[in-house]
Design a protein around this ligand. Sequence first.
Ligand code: ASP
Ligand code: MG
Length: 399
Amino acid sequence: MTQRPIIIQKYGGSSVATLEKLEAVAQRVVQKQSEGFGVVVVVSAMGNATDELLRRARQITPEPPARELDMLLSTGERTTMALLSIAIQKHGAMSISFTGSQSGIVTNDSHAHARIISVRPFRIQDELERGKIVIVAGFQGTSYKNEITTLGRGGSDMTAIALAGALSAQACEIYSDVDGVYSADPKVVLSAQKLEQLSSAEMLEMAQHGAKVLHDEAISYAHRHQIALYAKKSHDPASTGTFIRPDGWPDYALQQAELRPLAIVTAKKTMYVSLDVPSPASWLGTLQKTDGIKLMDMSLSHSHAEALLDIWNCTDEDALRAALGNGASGILRADVKNVTAVGHDLGRFPAIPAKYQALLAEKNITPLAMFIQPNAVTFVVRDVDVAAASDALHACIKN
Ligand code: ASP
Ligand code: MG
């Protein structure tokens, strides 16, 4: 049999929140197969099932053991995979559901945020050859010690993209309740526009500064492995979504007379740190040992540390404060956020950050700090100033 091109479709929690939605997904998937594709479907837990499972565990004890939490949370996706396979077979097509472990997703042993170390999708390949639609439970794998692990919140994107790489899929389509990637959060900036396409390098920069459309590590993987990605809205045939091209920064950015941002992004939960630290090296060591945080920006001098952390995955903010502030004096604030202009070379010419700062000053916004990277200019502002600051910088996209 000649091999059919493979398409990976990933459906997020909101896309499979009810049985009706699940049945609609089943029809879509069967349709895709009839167009001549080998179809692998990666599913998330239905609706907010993951939060619900977490809540139940924490009702028993505030800090449930990580191994048992992984056993528990992995059931969310397993429920969806089996129900979807049942729905597909009702439509007369052949399908089979697999857990992460059956799909050959091998991870390290770090429970709750395991990293994929290899993908050996032999069983998926066999079943595709038999003409079956393969359904995979997202967000989970098995460690080399044969323990069930999960990949961190939102980790089903990672499953989909890792499988796209391992199966040399033609494309990976990520379905959610948003229509694609926007130039800013449309709930914050009313003139935000959907981007028809962008490069994976651009998407990565946006994700690292907090754009939550797609999981940041998944984007990084897609970028490194040159995987073509589509972010689309489920249950909306008219949605053209956003195409994320598997390449670096595009030439058009260089051809512009004036450098402009591509998008303005803000992370959902951040902590700004400005501390006098007796030993920057040991402070870095503390940071390294702190679970559930990501470093967005940092500068470290002989006695001072300044950083902006993405704390979306941090479950215990008080513990984080205690750890970071230990032996140091200064500021730890969680009532602030980044407003980041992402765009090629924006941070390479001082005139650009200077212009942005002037625009904020016109709105009486005084940022607490500013971080400049080659392709991103970040202002740390108080929560109450996020909308006005985003609006001011978003205006630079067009003129
Ligand atoms: N169900 C998991 C979560 O809610 C994983 C995912 O949705 O990708 O985080
Ligand atoms: Mg979910």
